[in-house]
Design a protein around this ligand. Sequence first.
Ligand SMILES: Cc1ncc(COP(=O)(O)O)c(C=O)c1O
Length: 434
Amino acid sequence: MIHTSENLPAILGGTPTVTLDQKEANRWPLLTEEDEQAVLDILRDGRLSIHPVTRELEKDYAQFSGMKYTLAHNNGTAALLAAFFALDLKPGDEILVPSATFWASVLPMLWVGAVPIFCESEPDRLGLDPEDLERKITGRTRAIVVVHLWGLPSKMTEIYEVAKKYNLKIIEDASHTHGAMWRDRPCGSLGDISVFSLQGDKLAPAGEGGIFLCRDFAYYERATMLGDITRIIELETQARRFAATSFGIKTRIAPMSAALARIQLKRLTEHNRKRNDSLIYLSEKLEPLGFHTFLPPSHIKRVYFEYIIRFNPDQIPLPISVLLRSLQAEGCQAFLPRYPLVHQQPFFTEGHFKSILRLPEDVPVPHYAPDALQATLQGNRNLIKLPSFPNAEKELLDQYVCAFERVIRHADDIMNSPAALENSGDTVLPGERS
Ligand SMILES: Cc1ncc(COP(=O)(O)O)c(C=O)c1O
């Protein structure tokens, strides 16, 4: 083939394939006058700290999930802390967790003396590997944190079996799965306690916010005691005596955030449909090119908090750093996924976690080795993050497909080009962090 700069991939001097504007296509959150009005109403009302809108938001989430009790928090991390506190654990009790998640699924438990035991994630849906869960159980294991990563519900049938067999509680971190369904049940209702984050990137954002959900009043009562004095007064139980102090922290949501969260929840189905239409379309084009796109089995309705795909190095003979730089040169916003594995972080490997955990000397704590969880490391190796296109037109998606096709068609040329391979060993920057 004669190569002109027209048909050369952009990394070898051709013109980039993706030319359409991506700012609007990737705008998030999608806000309208209704959102503005809802926030303005609170501002004008003047009750900026305690306002009935918080209760309304909690009712919305109870209805949305089917969970009986809901408590709005100032962020998902605080709602997770409340979930760990609600379990009323003993110091040194162990909780099984994935390492492939955002740190907040794990770290708050340290403040109630619980020890995270990291487990492998499975490669099909990137959730906890049920077989590894069972291997990690000890006499101290009390609970499992399930995270439906990126919008993909975890393998709940098997996880429920392990939980039942060993009498473990499930904390469901549904922060990535507003609107996803597992066997006709909504994510956010699959745990003994479930949690949503409403942080600004999430599918139903509030700016900052979190929701704690459960069916058991005892959990709700403890969560309320921990951090919401206004709600402690409303409890019709002995717990009311803590109304003057709480258990020491303050975690209620700001009404302006709650107001925004209500509108965004109302719009969730419409917003999810737009992402799903775009990303299923893109996935069906990328699968034949050598990418696994995590299209779900039929008993699952997934959502797309983020669009993560895995490339097959047997089909695409490029190192991931070269593949990403080639796609970036074409104008694609292609990066590594943004969460580093939690168990490899200095907070754990250098032992800093002990200063939060503060267990008595005689209670053993694990040594967290960075080379543990080899299956998770392997499964994470070839993952790529693309935009989730919350607001994209089909033309832009088609440009992405052309960019992928072009890079793959020229994989050998790229591999034979010293310029393209320069610095190929360098790390490609992960996407921006939240
Ligand atoms: C899986 C997961 N859990 C928990 C959180 C914490 O939520 P927040 O940022 O609202 O504290 C986040 C993200 O921010 C998350 O991605």
